[in-house]
Design a protein around this ligand. Structure first.
Ligand code: SF4
Ligand code: SF4
Length: 206
């Protein structure tokens, strides 16, 4: 969940239409038209990525007149399916997957079950990946993959990248090689498995 208080605004006099902002927006809310960037007010999640990257300082974040509440309704889908998708992706449903916005794995799973098919659509529905935008792409890609979805990166975009391997996928040869150097992959996996399988704290119906 995210309360969006800010909105990106573009100074048309300063904008050169370079499209850098388009490429870094996690929800595809800014587009260059007629050589000037235009912000989709309803889509903008106030992350300031565009403002921070604009080489001409043409973007300013302003306070929204009315804050936007971004929240996916987990109750609108079968929670059994939410739980099963999370555990398949090796997350506990109640695990935080985006620390900036406090988004849980169950919210991302619910967004996927409600039809989200890409990181951009998930970010739009949940608010995840509109904070630092560094950590949360991986859990989002893992949950999409567990749902059998392989999203294509946005055309001309470079705001997200491929999935990195998890502890469960480290090859045996690598484990052996680093065992004597203070790496404990198998112990890590045992601990992570306990997190994934831990009973849910916040629900009495599952
Ligand atoms: S990054 Fe700045 S200059 Fe480039 S298109 Fe966007 S607003 Fe315009
Ligand atoms: S990058 Fe962030 S602040 Fe800029 S338009 Fe996209 S969502 Fe809004």
């Amino acid at each position: 969940m995210k309360v969006v208080n800010l909105l990106a605004t573009v100074d048309g006099e300063k904008c050169r239409g370079c499209k850098t902002c388009e490429k870094v927006c996690p929800v595809l809310a800014i587009k260059v038209e007629n050589r000037v960037a235009q912000v989709d007010v309803e889509r903008c999640r106030g992350c300031a990525n565009c403002e921070q990257r604009c080489p001409d300082y043409a973007i300013t974040m302003v306070k929204r007149e009315q804050p936007l509440l971004i929240k996916v309704d987990v109750e609108a889908v079968d929670y059994g399916q939410v739980e099963s998708l999370c555990r398949k992706a090796k997350f506990n449903p109640e695990q935080l997957v985006c620390y900036c916005t406090g988004t849980r794995a169950e919210e991302v799973a619910a967004a996927i079950l409600q039809g989200a098919r890409s990181p951009e659509e998930i970010s739009l529905l949940t608010g995840a990946r509109t904070g630092c935008k560094v950590e949360c792409i991986q859990p989002i890609l893992r949950l999409l993959e567990a749902a059998g979805i392989k999203p294509e990166p946005p055309k001309d975009g470079w705001q997200w990248y491929g999935r990195t391997i998890t502890a469960w996928e480290v090859p045996e040869g690598v484990k052996k090689k680093y065992a004597s150097r203070g790496f404990y992959f198998d112990e890590d996996i045992k601990l992570l498995d306990r997190v994934v399988a831990a009973p849910l704290q916040g629900r009495s119906d599952v």
